[in-house]
Design a protein. Sequence first.
Length: 425
Amino acid sequence: MSRNEELFTRAAKSIPGGVNSPVRAFRSVGGTPRFISKARDAHIWDADGKQYIDYLGSWGPAIVGHAHPEVVKAVQDAAVNGLSFGAPTEGETLLAEAIIKRLPSIEQVRLVSSGTEATMSAIRLARGATGRTKIIKFEGCYHGHADSLLVKAGSGLLTFGNPTSAGVPPEFVKHTIVLDFNDLDAVSNAFKEYGDDIACIIVEPIAGNMNLIKPAPGFLQGLRELCTQYGALLIFDEVMTGFRAGPQGVQGLSGVTPDLTTLAKVIGGGMPVGAFGGRADVMQHIAPLGAVYQAGTLSGNPVSVAAGLTTLDILGRPGFYEHLAAQTKKLVDGLSERAKAAGVTFCADSVGGMFGLYFRDSIPTSFAEVSDSNTEAFKVFFHAMLDQGVHLAPSAFEAGFVSAKHDDAIIAQTLDAAEKAFAAI
Ligand code: PMP
């Protein structure tokens, strides 16, 4: 038995499924998850001492590479001065200012400890600020695990959702309207029907939780116009895309300005942080100024804030995003070429430091299209890559992440492995 197997068996006795977040369990690809013992730059090592090129990047945060010496030093320096105070610190203001400076749509921002908290709070704020009840989300977009967001489309054209999790009463999701990503007509119809009671639209402006799906031309602009017309708030959930798709996230790439933005992952540099922010007049509704309650014992944690600040500083250095995007593009172009040579139906796409791999013949634009992928081929590919020391996301429906430390040699090594993996399909 390998050490990974041993640890997984043991973990499953004390932790449900052996993991603290379900996708880590390898359920959709089968096999034993790798228990990670250390990480450095673009590499991770498992409990058996095997080294992998890492395309998980902790699901997004590890954008400057794992254990970046400057980030580690910032964490060490902060830790020496105390781990948490429950009282304000200068660092929190510095991180808020750093976010505001980089994302012009954000005039004020509050720090929390996860993406789930950020989206949950932003939606409460949108409801509190507008005095309205209903929200619109899109099928296949993930915004964390708050009750009213664990919902899929029901039947019918204008659908109120059905819970996707046991333990969520239907009453808790009855104000969530679930529509198809990239279907602007459906959004327009929803506003025609319920416009007076729609508090907000929440959207991953580039979806990274149903593999990678980009907005169709005009989609985000259309959402902006409808929200403005009907007095609803537009929330960009940039937990994944923030400081990852580009220096100003998708709002910078698209030129569409949301009312509120949620962030996490990169802004914590690998430590637990989330944030929600936006228009100052909307943010004024948050306690203690306003009537919308929101709080957190560890919010703005000094160690996390230090990691986030240092990470944002590194991201601001000349050429960071050009290099990141170029490396990611080399990876997806190389994979597409290798697949073609092997006669495997496959395509790939990227934006900034994130990518999508699709075992289908065209780049998907909707949840329905991406669902129509060859998951069996993905499984074979995933395991062939893993065997050769390349760790991809263990699901055909997740985006992948590149760091600044994925240099040409690492990409070349990945593509050599891919050549063999495609041949195995
Ligand atoms: N929103 C998006 C777009 C996400 O990708 C995620 C996590 N993958 C979340 C929200 C939830 O964040 P967390 O896991 O930190 O709660």
